[in-house]
Write a protein that binds this ligand. Structure first.
Ligand SMILES: Cc1cc2nc3c(=O)[nH]c(=O)nc-3n(C[C@H](O)[C@H](O)[C@H](O)COP(=O)(O)OP(=O)(O)OC[C@H]3O[C@@H](n4cnc5c(N)ncnc54)[C@H](O)[C@@H]3O)c2cc1C
Length: 386
């Protein structure tokens, strides 16, 4: 087994690292302060760099590289902040990947080149007020009437809602219970009957707007169906790519916190010497480094073994869980190592701690992932409803 990156991968990672550090640090600061989404110009820069389509085939405007390559790029951006990394997360791991793997050729050609160029953001909307972890309880209906689908219902927690131009909507397209009746359809901002709730005030992810979405007799051509009823498994399979992005965001946040803490403890002096001289500080730093490296290795394994770009449920559930817990622990240790400065907004570590909490909730909570891991261990799924 070879743990080294190829020369091309090393160069890709380096390019992303330089770009992130030169062009995204001030953008991240501004997004955190203003809570405004990334500017169109900055998103287009991500497109010009090829970062929005790392693992999207060239025929759709991407670089045509692998999920693993996309992980390398996303981690570098996530080390700066999740807000500046979010467009790459959405395009290389999020709903655009469901479109790539499941949609018709016409939709792929219509949507993906614009996503890769930074001209279009596609958000995913599946959660509902009464359907979070139990997502297959969703009640938003997509009634098929001839060549149209008529949508009615309410969605919650949509990251990018109101700001994104495209939406991958999970809805109930047949009178069948649970997953059997759920499909997904693509629609665009401005479709009559679609409206948005108030901007949610979240402790994490400033600069990534989250809102409810309301659908009141929204008509969408049936050709926009991305995943028809009966193919829910396909949707969940591509969701493993989303979990890979979630894991990368968590690893990136933890690695960024570690890097900052390493620098800080060498500069901060107490009792007449840099605090790195104290053994307790050394131990805490070593624990942080061990966790980051282990989380990264689990992520790399899941991404490197991803067949057709999709990691296995077992690999990615383990990696996601571990990285989600790691990022919270490492960022909390970062705050502790910085004392009062750790909780001071001017120093950035408190933001990392706040942001670290998001990943263990989104994309399937930590406890739900653990249920998946146990199911893989014993070779059967656990029915959560009985
Ligand atoms: C940063 C972020 C971005 C998000 N972006 C989007 C988005 O773009 N689009 C979208 O559709 N959704 C999005 N979500 C929503 C996300 O998918 C849900 O928050 C998540 O599925 C959990 O649902 P819930 O919040 O309703 O919590 P609940 O499902 O109510 O869970 C509450 C608690 O109960 C536990 N729990 C529930 N059921 C079980 C069980 N069977 N076994 C053990 N424990 C259980 C959970 O682990 C959790 O700790 C986002 C969330 C976050 C944090």
């Amino acid at each position: 087994m070879n743990f080294n990156l190829t020369e091309e991968q090393r160069q890709l990672k380096e390019t992303a690292r330089k770009f992130a550090r030169q062009e995204l640090v001030s953008v991240a600061k501004e997004m955190e302060e203003t809570d405004e989404p990334m500017s169109d110009a900055c998103r287009r820069r991500l497109g010009e760099m090829g970062f929005l389509g790392v693992n999207i085939p060239q025929e759709y405007g991407g670089l045509g590289l692998t999920t693993f390559d996309a992980v390398l790029v996303l981690e570098e951006l996530a080390q700066i902040s999740p807000a500046v990394a979010f467009p790459v997360f959405e395009s290389c791991f999020g709903p655009s990947q469901s479109i790539l793997h499941c949609a018709s050729e016409a939709i792929k050609r219509r949507v993906l080149p614009r996503v890769c160029a930074g001209e279009l953001i596609v958000a995913v909307t599946m959660s509902e007020p009464e359907a979070g972890s139990a997502m297959t309880d969703l009640t938003t209906r997509g009634e098929i009437r001839g060549d149209k689908v008529v949508i009615n219902g309410q969605k919650r927690w949509c990251s990018g809602a109101g700001h994104s131009g495209g939406y991958l909507l999970y809805c109930r397209m047949a009178d069948k219970p649970g997953a059997a009746g759920v499909g997904a359809i693509y629609l665009e901002l401005g479709t009559p009957g679609m409206s948005f709730g108030k901007r949610e005030r979240l402790m994490s992810m400033r600069g990534v707007p989250s809102r409810d979405i309301f659908f009141d007799n929204v008509e969408v051509p049936a050709e926009n169906i991305v995943v028809p009823v009966g193919k829910f498994k396909d949707l969940m399979t591509t969701f493993s790519v989303e979990r890979c992005g979630n894991t990368t965001m968590a690893v990136g946040g933890a690695a960024g916190a570690l890097e900052y803490a390493v620098q800080y403890v060498q500069e901060r002096k107490q009792f007449g010497k840099p605090i790195i001289e104290f053994q307790a500080v050394q131990m805490r730093l070593a624990d942080m480094a061990m966790r980051v490296e282990a989380a990264r290795l689990l992520l790399y394994r899941a991404a490197a073994n991803a067949s057709a770009g999709i990691p296995s449920l077992r690999d990615i559930s383990i990696a996601k869980c571990y990285a989600n817990e790691t990022s919270r622990e490492v960022c909390a240790n970062g705050v502790q190592l910085m004392g009062g400065y750790g909780i001071n907004k001017d120093y950035g570590m408190e933001q990392r701690l706040r942001d670290s909490f998001a990943w263990g909730i989104g994309g399937g909570t930590i406890d739900i992932q653990k249920t998946n891991i146990a199911a893989e261990l014993v070779g059967r799924r656990f029915d959560q409803r009985r």
